[in-house]
Ligand binder design. Structure first.
Ligand code: PLP
Length: 296
């Protein structure tokens, strides 16, 4: 242990544990770029185990505050629309929290889920509060107020580059907006799957998808297009070399961060690259590694 940060604090609610996630230096993965620091923000440390805790909480708090989710009412049930081919672990986790799953067409991916939820929410407006993370400013807002600020608090002037994948695009939009307010320029790079049909769950190939309303293409300084194999292989490397067992979107993020770091090492002899570990690998046990070539 390099420092004596106390983790055993008292919490009044599980919501108090969302955010303030650790930033881990990836020294072994970064050995091929020794003059550059690579840091990973460990979003699996949120109580729900993923980067999505931040926008989920912010969307609820903001909706309660402005009356969309009327104060005094109790949230008694959650229904989630997801493609029927999401991993079994994801289905199990959601059901363990008591949510009901409504399945959309597996062939239509997350866009099919978006179309179905719009139809259901539109037809039953009195029954549902639909927070719509793809259009809700509280999604990037959570990352502007949290993720971006926390990175600057921890690294200050050292950070030169930020790179992360696009799903709803909330992480990229909100974090980059905050980083771009910093007096010294920080280059913000988006990651997208190289192919329309890919195995990087959580990420979107925007040219073939419904583009989220919160996405502003002026925010990323650059987009890197990453192959499924590269994301999966980096997830394997992270487990073996760093003791970090992460999902494939995180593998793609770190693969991109390492490419940036290697270029900086060669051309500038220094730099500090920050990326996001979106969730842990447990929820991707199926498909197993040896099946991976047949899953997309
Ligand atoms: C595993 C995983 N990785 C990455 C992302 C992308 O994050 P964002 O939606 O903020 O773009 C998501 C979000 O859905 C995700 O679930």
């Amino acid at each position: 242990m390099r420092h004596g940060l106390v983790r055993s604090r008292l919490l009044g609610s599980v919501a108090d544990q969302v955010g303030q996630t650790p930033l881990l230096r990836l020294e072994r993965i970064g050995e091929s770029a020794p003059s550059v620091e690579i840091y990973a923000k460990l979003e699996f440390a949120n109580p729900g185990g993923s980067v999505k805790d931040r926008p989920a909480l912010r969307m609820m708090l903001d909706a309660i505050q402005d009356g969309r989710l009327a104060a005094g009412k109790t949230l008694i049930s959650v229904e989630l629309v997801m493609p029927s081919n999401v991993t079994k672990a994801r289905k199990d986790i959601v059901q363990a929290f008591g949510a009901k799953i409504i399945y959309s067409d597996p062939m239509e991916g997350s866009d099919g889920a978006i179309r179905l939820v719009h139809k259901l929410a539109g037809e039953n407006a009195d029954r549902y509060f639909y927070p719509n993370q793809y259009a809700n400013p509280s999604n990037p807002g959570a990352h502007y107020l949290g993720t971006g600020r926390e990175i600057l608090d921890a690294l200050g002037d050292r950070i030169t580059h930020f790179v992360t994948g696009l799903g709803t695009t909330g992480t990229m939009m909100g974090t980059s907006k905050r980083l771009k307010e910093h007096p010294r320029p920080i280059r913000c790079i988006a990651v997208q799957p190289k192919d329309a049909l890919h195995g990087l769950e959580g990420l979107k190939h925007l040219p073939s998808s419904i583009v989220p309303e919160i996405y502003d293409d002026a925010i990323p300084d650059e987009t890197m297009w990453i192959g499924t194999e590269d994301g999966w292989d980096m997830a394997d490397r992270l487990a073996r070399e760093e003791g970090l067992f992460v999902g494939h979107s995180s593998g793609a993020n770190v693969f991109a961060a390492l490419q940036i770091a290697e270029k900086l090492h060669k051309e500038q002899g220094g730099g500090c690259v920050v990326t996001i570990i979106c969730d842990r690998g447990d929820r991707y046990f199926a498909p197993m590694k040896w099946e991976k070539r047949y899953t997309w």
